[in-house]
Design a protein around this ligand. Sequence first.
Ligand code: ADP
Length: 262
Amino acid sequence: DERMILQCQITLYGDDERLLMARDITRLHRLEEMRRDFVANVSHELRTPLTVLAGYLETYADHAEALPSRLARGLGQMQAQTTRMQNLVNDLLLLSRLEIDQSGGDHAPLDVGALLDSVRRDAEALSGGRQRITLEVDATQRLIGSEQEIRSAASNLAFNAVRYAGEGRHIVLRWRPHPEGACLEVEDDGEGIDPAHLPRLTERFYRVDKGRSTATGGTGLGLAIVKHVLLRHDARLEIASQPGQGARFRGVFPSGRLVADG
Ligand code: ADP
């Protein structure tokens, strides 16, 4: 289309002088759109071959006992790496779709408590009993939002807590009132995050400890997805952490996004 995109800056000098600067960022904007579309298309195209590959590997794994042990181990590795690649491609696709579709998709009144309870069960399965995971629901309002997106944000936060908190820790999922509306929280009492990392934590592929994150199965896109989902729900993300004393991730939803239950 023929739209032109300008970035404007107004500077005030004293009482009656203004300086207006405008920069034409149309090209920059187009490039950014092309980048998003490209990532979305590539990740979409990669899904089918990966599914085929995973299917064959699974069939072979069913007959692994017939293979020499060295080959069976290699097969296990191939399956693990294929799963990792599938997770990465799915997260990339989700993230670029969140960026492309600014409208926010289907929104309905959500029972956040019930949603968090099912996320809690998934997190428990991932944790395999290494951590205690509890749910606290004090807010009664429903959230106008996309079930799929909010589930994905909450799962990313809960799975991160499981991955990074360490053994014998306590993880709490909350839906509770907040002066501005209501908030969804995931808190753990694990190692926490050095404050120096906080400003960049939601960037794609930003990790505090790359080796560890890859070993735990993260894609490096989790918090970027969380941030975009919250933005699309007029919410903001607050991260609070003291090294050695855990981390708390909070999405604050404005009252305009809430409806009374019932
Ligand atoms: P990843 O796939 O690496 O988990 P994320 O975007 O979800 O990607 O998280 C980015 C980084 O933030 C992680 O690599 C980890 O270092 C840090 N992090 C996220 N959640 C926690 C947490 N609950 N406790 C400590 N560190 C965390």
